[in-house]
Every structure is written in structure tokens, then in C-alpha cells.
Ligand binder design. Structure first.
Ligand SMILES: C[S@@+](CC[C@H](N)C(=O)[O-])C[C@H]1O[C@@H](n2cnc3c(N)ncnc32)[C@H](O)[C@@H]1O
Length: 230
């Protein structure tokens, strides 16, 4: 499938991240907010799970280990992220990876019982279209959830947008709920997941002004939105 200009920009940017080793760093950064979500997710032994924007595939492997008789797939627009994911996942017979964009998922309708996405949905060129496509591949009774750190209700992340060389969507929790509902999902709920990672005394990165802003950001927490395919 030929990528649009926006998708090409995303591929270029995230290929760069992968080659710089940032794909691997994200496992460490995102695990503290993903772990509580996995704990509240009721996995069934034969689940078929999809992770959209899977990066280096650490979540695919974590879920594949939980459901050895199920199947877990990951897709990412970045070729380099998927190459790394495949290399790291050779021991997992029940994991597969594809390169591609959320807008054209290469699976037939109703292929998955659960679809998840971590820190990716605000990059999707059109969130409505991405969520619609995620719902298309979801089986009846299946669930979709996204987990994002960049959303309007957390004021301590707003400075990220101008720092990123790709377009992002800074939406509020209510707007994500509307997008999920418009896509036909029911029982749409959201919650905040605080990040308990200890904050260093001095922050030297580029994403936050200082350690205090990082601490406030972590306390506000990530946004988790979930809906069910009726
Ligand atoms: C911040 S990274 C998060 C990666 C991974 N979920 C993690 O937590 O480590 C965002 C990921 O979303 C992917 N992505 C962005 N836009 C996408 C799209 N339109 N379709 C598929 N993947 C996309 C990027 O290539 C990147 O790997």
C-alpha cells in the first residue's frame, strides 16, 4: 500500500528514532503506565490481539508470553521499528509483525478479539479514520484501548507538539471518547494512569522544563480510553 505524504513523514521520523535506539528506550519509559492496564485486561487463552504503533514490539512479546495459545500481532509505520521487533521476537511462535499504517490494516474484518495502542494514537493522520479501521478488524464483543501521554487535559505535555517534526493531535479525553463512540464502540470509558517512576532531582532532557514539571506530568498520568465492539 502506497503511503500518503503524512505517513511517509511519520515513517521517516520513527525510522530515525529506531536507528537512534529510542525504540528500546520506550519500553522502559512506557512500562510503568502499561503494566496497570495489562493487569486490568482480562486476557483469554485464545485471544487474538493487535498492537497498533507497536514500535520494537515489547508489548506484543509481553502479551504473547501471557497467552501462549493465542496470537499477537504488531503493526508499525516504521520499517526500522518492525525490523527490530522481528529480530527481538524470534523466540515467540505466536507473534507476528507487519509494516503499515493504522489507516490500512492488512487484516480482514473481525480478525482480533483485542486491539491496543500505546503512545501512538495522537500521531495518527486522522484519529477518526484510525479508530474506525481499528474497529473494523475487531471481532464483535472485542475491545479497543489506547494509552497516551499527550492529551489536552494534562497541561504538562503541551510543549511537546512544537518539539516534534510531525503533526500531532492534542485532544481532550472527552474528544477521544466521542471518536470511540462515533466509531460504533459501546461502554466507552477513560481513566488516568499515574506514572510512579521516581523523578530525578535534576532533569536534563528536552521534553520538560525541569524536574518539577516532569513530576507534575507523571502525577496527572497517562490517558487510557477503552470501548467495546457491541
Ligand atoms: C512513541 S512511539 C510508541 C511505540 C510503542 N507503542 C512503545 O510504546 O514503545 C509511536 C509509534 O507509533 C508509530 N506510528 C505513528 N503513526 C503511525 C501510523 N499512522 N500507523 C502505524 N504506526 C504509527 C510510530 O512509528 C512509532 O513506532
Amino acid at each position: 500500500m502506497k503511503l500518503t505524504e503524512r505517513e511517509e513523514q511519520l515513517r521517516t521520523e520513527f525510522d530515525r528514532w529506531a536507528l537512534a535506539g529510542r525504540g528500546d528506550e520506550m519500553e522502559q519509559h512506557h512500562w510503568p503506565i502499561v503494566q496497570p492496564v495489562l493487569e486490568r485486561t482480562c486476557f483469554q487463552p485464545c485471544d487474538r490481539v493487535l498492537d497498533i504503533g507497536c514500535g520494537t514490539g515489547w508489548l506484543v512479546r509481553a502479551i504473547a508470553a501471557r497467552i501462549p495459545n493465542g496470537r499477537v500481532a504488531g503493526i508499525d509505520v516504521s520499517v526500522e521499528m518492525i525490523e527490530r521487533a522481528r529480530r527481538l521476537s524470534s523466540d515467540f511462535q505466536n507473534a507476528e509483525f507487519r509494516t503499515g499504517s493504522v489507516d490500512h490494516l492488512p487484516w480482514s474484518d473481525g480478525s482480533f478479539t483485542k486491539v491496543a495502542s500505546v503512545e501512538s494514537a495522537y500521531y495518527w493522520p486522522d484519529p477518526d479514520s484510525g479508530v474506525n479501521e481499528a474497529v473494523r478488524v475487531l471481532a464483535w464483543g472485542g475491545s479497543l484501548w489506547i494509552l497516551i501521554n499527550y492529551y489536552r487535559d494534562n497541561p504538562y505535555c503541551h510543549q511537546w507538539g512544537p518539539l516534534l517534526p510531525v503533526t500531532t493531535h492534542l485532544l481532550a479525553a472527552d474528544e477521544w471518547v466521542e471518536i470511540f463512540s462515533r466509531a460504533g464502540l459501546r461502554d466507552v470509558i477513560y481513566s488516568r494512569i499515574a506514572d510512579p517512576t521516581p523523578v530525578p532531582e535534576v532533569y536534563t532532557g528536552r521534553w520538560f522544563q525541569d524536574a518539577d514539571q516532569l513530576r507534575r506530568f507523571q502525577e496527572e498520568g497517562a490517558l487510557w480510553v477503552q470501548g467495546t465492539h457491541p
